[in-house]
Structures are given as C-alpha cells and as structure tokens.
Design a protein around this ligand. Structure first.
Ligand code: PRT
Ligand code: ZN
Length: 286
C-alpha cells in the first residue's frame, strides 16, 4: 500500500467545519465521525488527525502530521519555524487591544506599565516592543475579556471578529494589532511520495479557493450593447454570447469577481440587461 499524507485538523471549534468543507469540495470523501481521532479518506491518500488547534503547529513540526490547518495567530504565537503554504481565507479575525469603556485611550503608549491579559503574549510583545512600550502580561488561556473586572488586568489583547464579546463585557476595541485567518502549514521534510500527494491536494484546493472569489453570471441584453457589457464584466476571457432566436437580443455568460460583483450588476442593469442569473462556482482553474 502506498503512503498517505497526514493532515492535522482542529477536532472541534471555529476551524473544524470549514477545514473539512474545503477538503470535501476537493472531492475527497471520508466518514467524518466526530468520535474518532484518526480517519482515512476513502478515495484519496489522505489521513486525518483531529486534535486541538494549539497542538497543530507542534505536531506538524515533529512530523506526527505532514500538514495542518491552523489560525495564523496560533501559528505565529507558537514561534515554530514551519512553512506556510496557503492562506485559506476563512476564520478571519483580528487581534486587538481593548480597554474598559471608561479608559481614556489615545495610543499604545497609554499601556506603559499596565497589566495586559492575553493568550498571545509573543505577538503582543513584538508589537509593544516595536512601539517602545513596556507592559506586563497576564497570560490567560480563556475568558480574557473578564479579567479587567475581576481586577486581574487593566487592558486585554484578544481575538475579535464581530466585536460583540467586547461590548457585552463593557470593553472597547482601541487598537487592532494583527490580522489572522486560517492557514495551511507543512513539515518541510516530507518525502517525495507525500510531497506528490500534497501537490495533487494543493491543485484541488487552489481551484476551490479561486472559485470562491468568482460568480458565474448569465443575462440577456440588446445586441447593440454587447461591447459595453463586455467592458463592464471583464471576465477570464471574452464572454460567451449566444444570439436569442428571432430577436435582436443576446444571451451572455461570463465569470465576474465577487468583490466587484455588485458594481457590475448595477452597470449591467443600467445598460438594459434583463434576466440576470448569478450562481456560485464550485471549482475553477485559470
Ligand atoms: O479547543 P481548541 O483549543 O481546539 O479551540 P480554541 O477554543 O482554542 O479555538 P477556537 O475554536 O475558539 O478558535 C480557533 C481559531 O479560530 C482561532 O485561533 C482563530 O484563528 C480563529 N477565530 C476567528 C477566532 C475568532 N474568529 C473569534 N472570534 N477565535 C476566537 N474568537 C473568540 C475570541 O477569542 C473572543 O472570545 O471569539 C470572541 C470574540 O468574537 P466576537 O465575534 O464577539 O468579536
Ligand atoms: Zn486552542
């Protein structure tokens, strides 16, 4: 039997579902049994290791896993020199300094001499040092946001996504210091057989990631406006244009980048486009 590539994935938490989602979209089938620690894919030489996210960089470093999916924050905090091979773009969040609402904050200098509670002392320390600020860290692994109220810290530095948690705890976000999203890391000493499997996997992952950034768009348009429409949509190549039977209208099919989609949509409507149909793309290559 040939070798398998082993991937470490968070067993339960914010990264789990989306990590497995990407693998599934790569056409890889597995049982996804929440009770097991290890599992093998049915139709691809891939083995899953379900662990806590904190352990993923260490497992990849020691070769227990060949690759892993982890938050960039967790990876940078651990300071283990591994290769980051992909930014997967999900689980986006930021590491921010937050203070009680009553705190009169103007700049990082205001943190001089204070006690800051955080689970990310290494990342925070780097930023404070760059800004010439000396503070002391209260290292906590959870419920960071309650520490100012139990008198353990004067400020906190924690992950934020919507900001709701901070608000609920009477804190205000005053300084975003670091952006994070899920990344794929690898052990650089994997053998050539596993490297070949990884290359196959990455080819699939790249087409899944790329597809997420685009929409497939179809619409009808008076033929006279087709050049103007082509300019608006751009697209990978020229749009596909089909003449509608017995009329001077055409049907157009093309691919539009997600981030400009609404502006394209409005411009097409202004041009007189009708029956605009938009679908998501599952996989895509250049
Ligand atoms: O059990 P295990 O150790 O595996 O999981 P964990 O509890 O350590 O991690 P988990 O599942 O909470 O988060 C995993 C990763 O998700 C993190 O390392 C980040 O990379 C990413 N991520 C994205 C987040 C958030 N968004 C996030 N909002 N991780 C944590 N939070 C927390 C934050 O700490 C705070 O308590 O959510 C709260 C703030 O959320 P908002 O929306 O109220 O601002
Ligand atoms: Zn964790």
């Amino acid at each position: 039997m040939g070798k398998k590539l082993r991937i470490a994935i968070q067993s339960k938490g914010r990264l789990s579902e989306k990590s497995l989602d990407i693998i599934e979209k790569c056409g890889i089938d597995f049982a996804n049994d929440p009770r097991v620690l290890k599992e093998e894919a049915y139709n691809f030489p891939l083995e899953f290791l379900f662990v806590r996210d904190d352990d993923i960089p260490g497992y990849v470093d020691s070769g227990i896993a060949d690759i892993g999916i982890v938050g960039r924050n967790e990876f940078d905090e651990k300071q283990i020199p591994l290769k980051v091979i992909r930014d997967l773009g999900f689980a986006k969040c930021r590491l921010s300094v937050a203070v009680p609402n009553s705190f009169n904050y103007t700049s990082l200098k205001d943190l001089e001499g204070l006690r800051i509670a955080t689970s990310y002392p290494n990342i925070l320390d780097k930023v404070l040092k760059e800004n010439g600020v000396k503070a002391s860290y209260v290292n906590v692994s959870g419920s960071v946001e309650v520490t100012p109220f139990i008198g353990v810290a004067d400020a906190i530095c924690d992950l934020v996504s919507t900001g709701t948690t901070l608000k609920m705890n009477g804190l205000k976000e005053v300084e975003p210091i670091y952006n994070s999203s899920a990344i794929m890391i690898m052990n650089s000493e994997i053998d050539s057989e596993r490297k070949a499997i990884l290359d196959r996997l990455l080819l699939r992952i790249d087409s899944v990631i790329k597809a997420k950034d685009y929409k497939y768009v179809m619409f009808n348009l008076p033929e006279e406006h087709i050049r103007a429409a082509a300019q608006i949509v751009g697209g990978m190549k020229s749009p596909t244009v089909t003449k509608l039977f017995d009329s001077d209208w055409v049907s157009v099919q093309t691919v539009v980048a997600e981030d400009i989609f609404w502006s394209v949509f409005e411009q097409l409507k202004d041009l007189g486009a009708e029956g605009i149909l938009v679908t998501s793309i599952e996989k895509m290559t250049e």
